[in-house]
Design a binder for this molecule. Structure first.
Ligand SMILES: [Zn+2]
Ligand SMILES: [Zn+2]
Length: 347
């Protein structure tokens, strides 16, 4: 089959690779209908993790074409969305839909290690398919199904961990796809205002169109911009949706006393310089986590089907799998107003 493979620093290619085989008796093979490129795929693209040879892609929608003998609920022919994160599939945490807390393997993001291939490909092997997929419900489009595989649960978690109270001021750092999901989710909590911080004009304009106050952080004005916009008081809640040192520092700096900082951007730095004095003196709460994706579907699907979340037009680009090298380049360079790319494995 054809699959995207990371071949060098800042290079992916579409190569012929072996077809996937069942990843165990509870697993399944999925023929991929649609897949997307995630901001965290850019960590692989830039070799932040050892990434050469990895087949990326953890946002996948498709049809089941083969199931193992121990699969109970899914059937060949089911059209499913796949959790970006999987676990052992047997422990109590996996069974309650929280592979992030898996006691056996820990969380495994599809397509981030040499052993677990991703779904920017024609086919994908999914372990413990009863737990880690959802049959796509009536009224959920392919695009929204893709959002439910990762970035909507992640953005929603950003708002949830911020414990936003009605009337709060919320600052969101990063108006990429996850930041947009966090913005859509934060609006459900009734904040008085949402301040959107980014450096890309199109992204700020999109956030403004969704009702946020845009703050241009070029020239390292992120935290200061939020303080200015709040008359020096600072935000009640900061949601960090980038994962860079600067935006994390800005999120910590921009909240007022007893502020809550909720981090869903990916940062794997073991030596991050945490501003402890700031945390103490302002009595901050800081939370960071990956979303327990399968456990969020029961809440998020009704919000999607009832139209309660403003998810329109997140996918700015639709391209064939064969165009993946160009899609990665555009996304990495933030060219052409790109926010989110849908890849069609048939093209
Ligand atoms: Zn992702
Ligand atoms: Zn487990």
């Amino acid at each position: 089959m054809r699959a995207v493979v990371v071949t060098a620093d800042q290079s992916v290619e579409v190569l012929d690779v072996a077809d996937p085989t069942l990843p165990g008796p509870d697993g399944a093979i999925i023929e991929v209908d649609a897949t997307a490129i995630c901001g965290s795929d850019l960590h692989l693209y830039h070799g932040v993790l050892p990434s050469i040879g990895i087949q990326p892609g953890h946002e996948v929608v498709g049809r089941i074409i083969e199931v193992g003998p121990d699969v109970r609920e899914r059937r060949v022919g089911d059209r499913v969305l796949v959790s970006a994160v999987v676990g052992c599939g047997h422990c109590d945490q996996c069974r309650r839909g929280d592979p992030v807390s898996c006691r056996v393997t820990g969380p495994i993001a599809l397509g981030t290690t040499p052993d677990v291939h991703g779904g920017q490909a024609e086919y994908l092997a999914v372990p413990a398919v009863d737990l880690f997929t959802l049959v796509i419900p009536e009224g959920v489009s392919t695009e929204n199904a893709l959002l439910l595989t990762d970035i909507l649960p992640t953005g929603f978690l950003g708002a949830q961990m911020g414990a936003i109270q009605p009337g709060d001021t919320v600052a969101i750092f990063g108006m990429g796809p996850v930041g947009i999901m966090a913005l859509a989710s934060a609006k459900l909590y009734g904040p008085s205002r949402i301040i959107a911080v980014d450096v890309v004009p199109e992204r700020l304009a999109r956030a403004e169109a969704m009702g946020a106050i845009p703050v241009d952080a070029s020239g390292e004005m992120g935290a200061l911009g939020v303080l200015e916009a709040t008359g020096g008081l600072g935000a009640n809640v900061a949601i960090e949706a980038v994962g860079h040192q600067q935006t994390i520092s800005d999120a910590l700096s921009c909240v007022g006393p007893r502020g809550r900082v909720s981090m869903v951007g990916v940062n794997l730095d073991m030596d991050f310089p945490f501003p402890m004095a700031l945390a103490f003196l302002k009595a901050l709460e800081f939370r960071a986590a990956f979303a327990a994706i399968p456990s969020t579907w029961a809440n998020l699907v009704p919000l999607v089907t009832e139209g309660r979340l403003d998810l329109s037009d997140v996918f700015t680009h639709r391209m064939g799998l064969s165009e993946a090298p160009e899609a990665y380049r555009l996304f990495d360079q933030r060219e052409d107003g790109i926010l989110k790319v849908l890849l069609d494995p048939k093209a």
